[in-house]
Design a protein around this ligand. Sequence first.
Ligand SMILES: O=C(O)C1=C[C@@H](OP(=O)(O)O)[C@@H](O)[C@H](O)C1
Ligand SMILES: C=C(OP(=O)(O)O)C(=O)O
Length: 409
Amino acid sequence: MTIQLSGPEMPTIKGSVRITGSKSESNRLLLLQALYPSIRLENLSNSDDARAMQQGLAAGGGTIDIHHAGTAMRFLTAYFATRPGREVILTGSARMKQRPIRILVDALRALGAEVEYLENPGFPPLRIRGRRLENNQVTLPADVSSQYISALLLVAPSLPQGLDLRLEGTVTSLPYIRMTLGLLGRLGVACEMEGNRIRVFPVGTLPKQVCTVESDWSSASYYYSIVALSAPGSEVSLSSYRPDSLQGDSVLQHLFRKLGVESSFQGDQLVLRRTEASPIDHLDLDLIEAPDLAQTFATCCFGLGISCDLTGLHTLKIKETDRLLALQAELSKLGAGVQVTGSTLHLQAGGAFREGQVVATYNDHRMAMAFAPLALKMDLSVEDAGVVSKSYPGFWEDLEKLGFQVREA
Ligand SMILES: O=C(O)C1=C[C@@H](OP(=O)(O)O)[C@@H](O)[C@H](O)C1
Ligand SMILES: C=C(OP(=O)(O)O)C(=O)O
C-alpha cells in the first residue's frame, strides 16, 4: 500500500512514543533462551524479524523460511549446525538468497559442521545437518558482516570446548560484536575479546534470571531526525532506554547534538529536544560502526539543507537492498544532489524540495522510515508502507500520535 504523508499542522512537535525491544538484542536473547531455558525475556521486539527467529527456533525440522531477517538467517544457521540429530533447510526471501553467507558456512565447516548450499554456492538456501562440533578454533574475515561472528559467539557456550575465534581484516559493525559479548557476559557466560581474538568458555546451565531488552535505538533514529527537522522547543520522549546501552546506535545521542537535538534521560524515558542552536552546515561521519544509521543521516541532512559526507558504508550494498543506490535514486527524485561510491555517500547542500513525489522502498524498512521525517519539509508518498514491519510494525501509528497525517494514497 502507498501512503500519503504530511507533517503536523503545528511547527512544534510534542509527544511520547513507546518503542519495543531492540531486534538485535531480541534475536540474540531468543537464541540464548533456546540453549538455556532458565532465561526469561521481557520487552521483546514485536518485529517480523523477531517473529521469524521465534518460529525458526520452534521448528522441529523441515524447511524454515526466515523471509528478510538477516540475523535470523545467520544465527539459525549456527544454531542448527550445532544441534546433533536435527536437520533443516533454511531459506528466505529472494533478497535473502542474494545476501552472502559463505564466511559463516566456511567457519562452521572448519569447526566440523555439515552445511550444504541448495542453489548458489555461498548463498541461502542451506541444508543443515546438526552435529556435535569437536573443534573450537577458527579464523574468519571480519570485514563483510559482524553477524557471522555474532552467530558463532552465540552458540559458543553450548559447544563442548567453547570457541576461540580470530578475526581477520578491518572489523565492520564492531558494536554488534560487543553487544553479543555484553549479553553473554550479563547472563553469566565467561568470554573475552583481546585484539582480534575472542574466546567464549563452555557453560552447561545458567541460573534462572529475567533479562529485559532495551528498546531499539535504530528505531529511535527516526525520531531524532523528526526532532532535528522541527522547530526549536519540539520535544519527543521515547521508552524504554538506558544510558549504559549495549546498542552501538545509541551513539545517536552524541551525533545528533551537531544537528540541534539534545538527549536526556528521565527514568527510562529518553527525551529528545530541539535546541535553539542552528545545525552545522556540513556533517562528516564514518558509519562503519553504525551502518543502520546511514539512511537516517542522509535524509535528515537533505531535510536540513546541509551537505554531508558519509563513509564506512561498504556493507550497505548487501543489506535489505543496495542502500547506497536506493538512497541515491530516491533522494535525487526529491531534488537532492547525491554521489555514491561503493562505500561513501556525498550529499550536496541545498537542493530543491520537489513536492508530491512517491518514494520507492525496495523491500527495505529503513528506506520507508528514514524518508518519513521529510514530510515535515514537503508532501510526499511512501510506496509499500507495510515494509516497516521488518523492525517496527507500529511506526505509522506512532507517527500519527505525533500529529503526522498518514493516508492511503
Ligand atoms: O548483529 C546485528 O544484530 C546486526 C548487525 C549489523 O549487520 P552487519 O554486521 O552485517 O553490518 C546491522 O546492520 C544489522 O541491522 C543488525
Ligand atoms: C540490515 C538490517 O537487518 P538484517 O541484516 O538483520 O536483515 C537492518 O535492520 O537494517
